[in-house]
Design a protein. Structure first.
Ligand code: AMP
Ligand code: MG
Length: 276
């Protein structure tokens, strides 16, 4: 247990720190072997699923999982393999793509506010408001003064969420340049994955250093005590699943959700059901 807690602390970006992603090994596995990690992941997910059942029944608070990572970092795979174990009735997955003309007319947080999960729900953002300090910065979609102000706006927004009983879990899937190459090529080699490939991904890949710098700033400036960022080494999919399952399970365990007590007399109801 203490070993697991240490790993959780290790993945957390210290608030106010300067992040150097080149110092974090994307292929890190903390000495786990795949088989052991997979077995542990299964256990974590079973416990997580039990906790989420209570959380859903309790219907008081929300959890927002923010998933960020470059193309082919494994956002979709994480949703399938980890989030997929939850009761789907209580899960709300929202993907953020290029803003629509209507979205562009509003403040960048407008579409994000509308997607915040309600009580009892686990919201998952597949990309998020962070794109507005990542792609928007790298492609100079807005002037520098605008994206620089957004870090503070994001921190205030997330502060308000936490005050509203939304626990914010932010996960950056950290893959290497080499691994992204392998995954993009694998997509091209497999006709069933062509739909996932976008020729524009190569153009983004060419901007790798700019994205790494933009990610480092977003992680450093927006990892707060109330809404910390976690960097998950994601070159090994099994390790990524293990790490995210673990982060989620710990988050729900801290919330300690409880089944609500019935507002009726159970014995009396039993008698009524039998008699009816
Ligand atoms: P995908 O996640 O592969 O479906 O791609 C979604 C695309 O939408 C990515 O290229 C993102 O960079 C882009 N995107 C998401 N949010 C924004 C945003 N706020 N501004 C511009 N592009 C965005
Ligand atoms: Mg894509």
């Amino acid at each position: 247990m203490s070993r697991l807690s240490r790993l959780r602390d290790e993945m957390r970006v210290k608030p106010g720190s300067r992040v150097d992603l080149s110092k974090i090994d994307p292929a890190d596995d903390h000495g786990w072997r795949k088989d052991d990690a997979d077995a542990e992941t299964t256990q974590q997910l079973a416990r997580l699923s039990d906790l989420q059942d209570r959380f859903w029944a309790e219907a008081k608070r929300s959890v927002l999982v923010v998933l960020q990572g470059i193309d082919a970092a494994g956002k979709d795979g994480t949703i399938r393999k980890v989030i997929g174990e939850l009761n789907p009735a209580g899960v709300n997955i929202v993907s953020f793509g290029v803003p629509t003309p209507e979205e562009r007319r509003h403040h960048f947080l407008w579409r994000v506010r509308r997607a915040v999960p309600g009580p009892g729900y686990v919201g998952v953002f597949n990309r998020s408001h962070y794109e507005d300090v990542l792609v928007a910065r790298v492609h100079r979609l807005v002037p520098g003064g605008v994206w620089k102000r957004r870090y503070g706006q994001i921190n205030n927004f997330e502060r308000a969420l936490v005050d509203d009983h939304v626990t914010v879990l932010k996960v950056m899937l950290h893959v290497s340049y080499e691994e992204q190459r392998r995954r993009l090529l694998a997509r091209l080699d497999d006709p069933t994955k062509h739909w996932k490939y976008n020729p524009g991904d190569v153009d983004e890949r060419r901007l790798w250093p700019d994205y790494q710098a933009a990610y480092a700033d977003a992680l450093g400036r927006c990892s707060t005590d109330h809404a910390p960022w976690y960097v998950v080494p994601a070159d090994h999919k099994w390790y990524r699943n293990w790490a995210v399952a673990h982060l989620l399970r710990e988050t729900f365990a801290d919330l300690d959700p409880r089944y609500p007590s019935p507002d009726f007399d159970v014995e009396a109801e039993k008698a009524r059901v039998k008699a009816a």
